[in-house]
Design a protein around this ligand. Structure first.
Ligand code: SAM
Length: 251
């Protein structure tokens, strides 16, 4: 399949990850942020908060694809694919925070069925959470490896915890603007995990690319990268952000 974008070791495909990823060969590391199945933009708290804060000028809720019950099928596909295609290291999968549908609970079990579940990292996003009772102030990143001891680990400080506190590693929560992807992840969050688990020149995959934060992180760090995204508008946003990111040598 012809890529949507292919420059400086960064490749983006526009299409369905389930069709494209199996043809890519072996991958060193996956960092991804699939739809959580929260119907974002369908009146849920994230969309509502964008409107209340006047941060989102659009009149209609902005939906993301496959963000209903089908998100669970995508997650199960992802973990099976990761088990087959990871050559080394692990898969780090963003998985939302608290609320009435704690998908991190079942997704970690599904990960463990296909690979070996390693950690749930909690990203404490700071004080302003969503909701009234038990305001939602955190998100999770699930980490699974292909087998015991298979995670590559390049941190030398011995200080990396399974909680990311506000301001750690320069990670700041994002309140998306109307021109942004509706659920952007900070570039610094993707960069944190890419630095922990890969070296320059390694191949990183994000099969649910969105607006391209993981692609920008990989380019800044000199990693090779493949991203896949179903919606053309988010591929275009990712390309614009990549073109504004300086090239770093990959070896
Ligand atoms: C939670 S968002 C990712 C946001 C991204 N982390 C960012 O920083 O912008 C999930 C993305 O997966 C995409 N998506 C949904 N189903 C897909 C599929 N089958 N193949 C590829 N992309 C898909 C959606 O269009 C959406 O942009």
């Amino acid at each position: 399949m012809k890529p949507f974008y292919d420059r400086h070791g960064i490749t983006i495909y526009h299409g369905d990850a389930r069709k494209i990823a199996p043809g890519l060969g072996l991958i060193d590391f996956i960092f991804t942020d699939p739809p959580f199945g929260h119907n974002n933009g369908n009146g849920d708290l994230i969309a509502a908060s964008q409107k209340w804060r006047g941060k989102c000028k659009t009149k209609v809720w902005r939906t993301i694809k496959n963000d209903g019950p089908e998100a669970n099928d995508l997650a199960q596909w992802l973990f099976a694919y990761a088990a087959d295609s990871l050559h080394s290291s692990c898969c780090c999968c963003c998985c939302g925070g608290g609320g009435p549908d704690p998908q991190f609970a079942r997704w970690s079990l599904w990960m463990d069925e296909r690979m070996e579940f390693k950690q749930m990292v909690v990203w404490d996003k700071g004080k302003i959470g969503l909701g009234w009772h038990y305001r939602r102030s955190y998100e999770t990143v699930l980490v699974a490896q292909k087998g015991k001891g298979k995670t590559r680990w390049f941190d030398r400080t011995n200080r990396v915890e399974n909680i990311i506190r506000p301001g750690d590693y320069g990670i700041k929560k994002i309140i998306p603007q109307a021109h942004d992807h509706p659920t952007p992840k900070p570039v610094a969050l993707a960069a944190h995990f890419i630095k922990l688990h890969t070296r320059k020149g390694d191949l990183v995959l994000d099969p649910f690319l969105g607006g391209g934060s993981s692609a920008v992180a990989a380019k800044q760090l000199g990693r090779r990268f493949i991203g896949i995204e179903l919606e053309k508008r988010w591929c275009q946003l990712a390309v614009a952000r990549l073109e504004a990111t300086p090239v770093v040598k990959q070896a």
